[in-house]
Design a protein around this ligand. Structure first.
Ligand code: SF4
Length: 286
């Protein structure tokens, strides 16, 4: 990251959209978006997967910083760092919910197995261009800029490239998952579209995109899943985001009762009484 560039925390101080927020509105649940991003009410419960994922992500970011200068943290060092982040995240979160028979120690042991697998499969060192690279971009027709952070940007070469070929830019995003992603999931993933679009706006170069997915299973596995985006994807993204923006400005926040998010929803109690409120059409000054 360049010295004079604002950090993600600084970018968050100004009005903005994020991929996570707009994806919540478009693909998960509009009412969940309202509670989290407009009303900003405290969560009734926090599934443990959330602090786990955030802590895991922070450690992989540290690992990427180490790899950038040719080093690699051991799985033990990573686990130690994870335990610190995870315990702090759990302390900060409202009403952490563990699955039956799970506790903090189990989660740390799971993370350790995952780090051992991640390290066996780690492939990037001197080709790392940036780690945790923040961005802020404008999109035509959108009322606020989009901000975010690229986990890692690397330079990759194909087997056909010679020594003098520069290689191509690849955005890498770290993911933890309960089970391994299907091979066709990256092609449909909205985050890859948003982050590729943002990279191209900032760097004026078209990147490739790689999800590094590690499973939380008893025997964790890692997969590097590639995808790419073109002008048509970007055109559709602009239409999708500007239409969602209009819905948000107009105060349209409907519950999506068949959402996968309902089972773990942090606002489930509030949502259950949504239809009983006198004014269920919410008007906001966004
Ligand atoms: S319980 Fe389901 S429908 Fe209600 S806010 Fe949460 S995700 Fe949306």
């Amino acid at each position: 990251m360049e010295e004079n560039k604002p950090t993600l925390a600084q970018l968050k101080e100004q009005p903005h959209y994020s991929y996570t927020a707009l994806n919540t509105y478009i693909n998960i649940c509009q009412l969940l978006y309202y509670y989290r991003y407009i009303e900003k009410v405290e969560a009734e419960r926090t599934p443990v997967a959330l602090p786990f994922g955030t802590a895991f992500h922070s450690v992989l970011s540290e690992q990427a910083q180490a790899a950038k200068i040719g080093k690699l943290m051991t799985a033990e060092e990573m686990t130690e760092a994870f335990a610190t982040y995870f315990q702090a995240n759990c302390k900060d979160a409202a009403n952490i919910v563990f699955k039956r028979d799970e506790n903090i120690e189990d989660q740390i042991a799971t993370a350790k197995r995952m780090f051992e697998t991640v390290n066996k499969e780690w492939i990037d060192y001197w080709n790392i261009q940036s780690v945790a690279e923040p961005f802020r971009i404008e999109m035509p027709g959108l009322s606020k800029p989009i901000i975010g952070e690229l986990d890692m940007v690397i330079t990759e070469k194909t087997p056909f490239d010679g020594e003098n070929d520069k290689g191509y830019d690849t955005i890498v995003d770290f993911k933890t998952a309960a089970r391994m992603w299907s091979d066709d999931k990256p092609a449909r993933d909205l985050q890859a579209t948003v982050f590729s679009y943002a990279f191209e706006k900032v760097h004026q170069r078209r990147p490739s995109f790689r999800f590094d997915v590690v499973t939380k299973t008893k025997t964790p596995t890692v997969k590097h899943l590639y995808t790419s985006r073109d002008d048509d994807h970007y055109l559709r993204l602009e239409k999708l985001f500007t239409t969602a923006d209009k819905g948000i400005q107009a105060g349209v926040f409907l519950p999506n009762e068949s959402s996968f998010a309902c089972s773990d929803c942090p606002f489930a109690d509030r949502c259950s009484g949504w239809h009983c409120k006198e004014n269920t059409t919410i008007s906001i000054a966004a």
